[in-house]
Design a protein around this ligand. Structure first.
Ligand code: NI
Length: 393
């Protein structure tokens, strides 16, 4: 089976690169992936599968092996692009001004189409069912994963396990990264308004200075992370926007702040929200002002099921060799795959795409992001192998 998958991955490589380039040239924003979904569905039909639309721009298909009811494993790819203007000069450059596949979701989608091709050909060789999930809107709250789950993607048939892969430009092509347990963070947005009383900057004693209060608040909020957070739970709080529209001689009426709070534990996450609210309102009120604060919840934290991840690491070792496995560090970014992993055991692993010699080093979400496309052959072959190995359990 291993040799067959490796052979098929090689033979489908050009086709997968073609898919990736097409998707890259025609990127679509979150929840607007209409042409992308049509493209995916058409390719699945070409292969001989029966694609089903789900949650407007999502696509689901089943590959049934022998004894299809025995077990179902889900494989997930996200399909949306970002509002970024591509700066790369490549033949497959985005044709859509201001929209770009800058997070590699084109690569995830192309890889999963490659998996469809490989496993459809091998369907008489394995037992169980592989559920292919092409998911929209990873980059935008509430997250396509959430909507797909609401639409029933984890039922009929219900997968017992789910596997997802994501490109990683920090990792050289050929390397694969795993981490068991806590991996990525919950992502909540903070919107804060500090209201005082503005006027001439020469007479602060007659005013209630919101800049002074907000400056205190920026510093004080860090105690949520440094004094209140349990040390075993990673937590980050950052204020990235601070707008005070006064002047050298004008104190404004209010200051607007925006930021993010991220962590890896749902109980602490809820408690932290209470602490942040209390701290902000009481601190500002103690200085004579008023603080309005809104916390918009984003994705939950992502945890990789330890048993499944250990099995996938073992299987990957067979596929790429021990020397190509990397232990991933905690990553405080968010990912809506977390929703699936809260419902059933999940494993979200990383596919190396970096090629220093060719200058492919830019991070995700940058205008110069690109991948070494040889990663796609590993991506579709490895994912096929992981699915088949998990079905054998
Ligand atoms: Ni992404």
């Amino acid at each position: 089976m291993l040799a067959q998958i490796q052979y098929l991955a090689q033979s489908v490589a050009e086709r997968v690169i073609g898919h990736r380039r097409h998707l890259h040239a025609y990127p679509e924003l979150s929840f607007h992936e209409f042409q992308t979904a049509t493209y995916i569905a058409n390719e699945l039909k070409n292969i001989g599968l029966l694609p089903q639309p789900m949650a407007k721009t999502g696509v689901v298909a089943l590959i049934e092996g022998r004894n299809p009811d025995k077990k179902t494993v889900a494989l997930r790819a996200d399909i949306d692009a970002l509002p970024i203007k591509e700066a790369n000069d490549v033949p497959y450059k985005s044709t859509r001004e201001g929209v770009m596949h800058a997070c590699g979701h084109d690569a995830h989608t192309a890889s999963l189409l490659g998996v469809a091709h490989i496993l459809h050909q091998l369907r008489h060789e394995f037992e169980g069912t592989v559920k292919l999930i092409f998911q929209p809107g990873e980059e935008k709250i509430p997250g396509g994963a959430y909507l797909m789950i609401q639409a029933g993607v984890l039922q009929n048939p219900a997968p017992s396990h789910i596997i997802g892969q994501h490109v990683m430009p920090q990792l050289p092509v050929g390397k694969i990264g795993f981490r068991e347990g806590m991996y990525m963070a919950s992502t909540d947005e903070l919107y804060i308004r500090v209201i005082g009383k503005g006027g001439h900057a020469a007479m602060p004693d007659r005013l209630i200075d919101p800049v002074y209060m907000a400056a205190h608040l920026v510093v004080s909020l860090q105690q949520v992370v440094s004094r209140m957070a349990p040390p075993r739970i990673p937590s980050v709080l950052s204020i990235g926007r601070f707008i005070a529209e006064g002047a050298t001689n004008i104190i404004p009426n209010e200051v607007l702040m925006q930021g993010t709070f991220r962590t890896m534990n749902e109980e602490w996450r809820e408690e932290a929200h209470q602490r942040i609210r209390k701290l902000a309102t009481e601190l500002v009120s103690s200085m004579g002002g008023v603080c309005e604060i809104e916390i918009r919840k984003g994705y939950p934290y992502l945890t990789n099921d330890p048993e499944l991840t250990a099995r996938m690491r073992q299987a990957a070792q067979t596929y790429v060799g021990k020397e190509n496995l990397v232990e991933l560090d905690l990553w405080m970014a968010g990912e809506d795959f977390a929703y699936y992993a809260q419902e059933i055991p999940g494993c979200f692993y990383r596919l190396g795409t970096r090629n220093e010699a060719r200058g492919i080093v830019s991070g995700v979400h940058t205008p110069t992001f690109d991948i070494d496309e040889s990663a796609l052959t590993i991506g579709c072959g490895l994912m096929s192998w992981l699915a088949v190995e998990e079905l054998r359990q």
